[in-house]
Design a protein around this ligand. Sequence first.
Ligand SMILES: Cc1ncc(COP(=O)(O)O)c(C=O)c1O
Length: 375
Amino acid sequence: MDFNELIDRSQTYAFKWEKYRDQDVLPMWVADTEFRCAPAILDALHNRVAHGVLGYTLPAQYEPGKQAIAHWLANRHQWHIALDWILWTPGVVPAFNVACKAFCEPGDKVLVQVPNYPPLLAAPGLNSLERVDIPTVEQHGRWMLDWDALETAAADPKAKLLILCNPMNPVGSVLSENELLRLADICERHDLILCSDEIHCDLILDDKAKHVPAGKLDALRERSLTLMAASKTFNIAGLGASFAVIENAVLRRRFSQAAMGIVPWVNVLGLVATEAAFTRCDEWYQAQLQYLRDNRDYLVDEINKVPGLSLLKPQATYLAWVDASGLGVENPQHWFENKGVGPSPGADFGDPQFVRINFGCPRRHLEEAIQRINA
Ligand SMILES: Cc1ncc(COP(=O)(O)O)c(C=O)c1O
């Protein structure tokens, strides 16, 4: 467990590193980390591979995996679920696309907060649905949904589904229980189904923030699906394993039917890694949280010293949504790349005057980025 270790990924075709191959640009975009997985995950994978037979494993029959999820949700989020509420999905992206297909008819409207993760912004259109954007506004030093805009959009009878990202990517806010109750009230009054993408929910950095899974709330349990994964927290996104928790049996059936024939089973290594992550990596997990907290605090301090840049402290995730409008340049992404730093372009998330910097990396990598920005 050494989060300071600089690991060379250049020979692994890592998506993050391929973009700037042979260029002197530090990649700080795609949301995975530069950290080696916890030893217990690597051991579990080694053991499974050593068995030598890698045929079909039906995820629903992999009891230790479901038990590991239930154990994690009970311990971390005080959410006590039944094992049959869990549906494995080979990624959260397919899951929210399946939700669009399962719960809407062509021509219906899907509410999505903006800025947001690009595949989430794309999902309604890919499913012949109309996306209605709900802006994110600054409230008391943190980004939050524009509640009036949400209320107005939800009142449209064509609005059927709200896809929430909580904790929010890219802005890093975590909905408080009261905010989630307010959202639940809007969903109830306007009969909306909530698809809650909570892939970042185990990366809460702010001591005062507490993640509340959507499906845990009485007001939402019958009308929501909660999408989660070990992938971000334990840096196993390349294994394509995630899950939906859906208490309502009717919604669960509709979701399964919409996925049928299109969405493949989660692969066996993803199941094994998720199980290990959720049962045998607590020490690694706590150490990583502290490392990310320190990285975040360093980055917030340093970015806010740079004339033209500003950054509100994210409560969660390893992603920083940097406002570069003060630079007065047309294309902030190019400004950063010319300095030798490669963030995600804010334009992809819905605001071209921002960039998103991934700080899930060794401190030296982050310090190098800051030096380059200041040069
Ligand atoms: C909010 C959000 N949802 C989903 C994903 C990707 O999910 P998956 O790789 O499980 O499809 C990401 C990855 O960055 C994300 O930030």
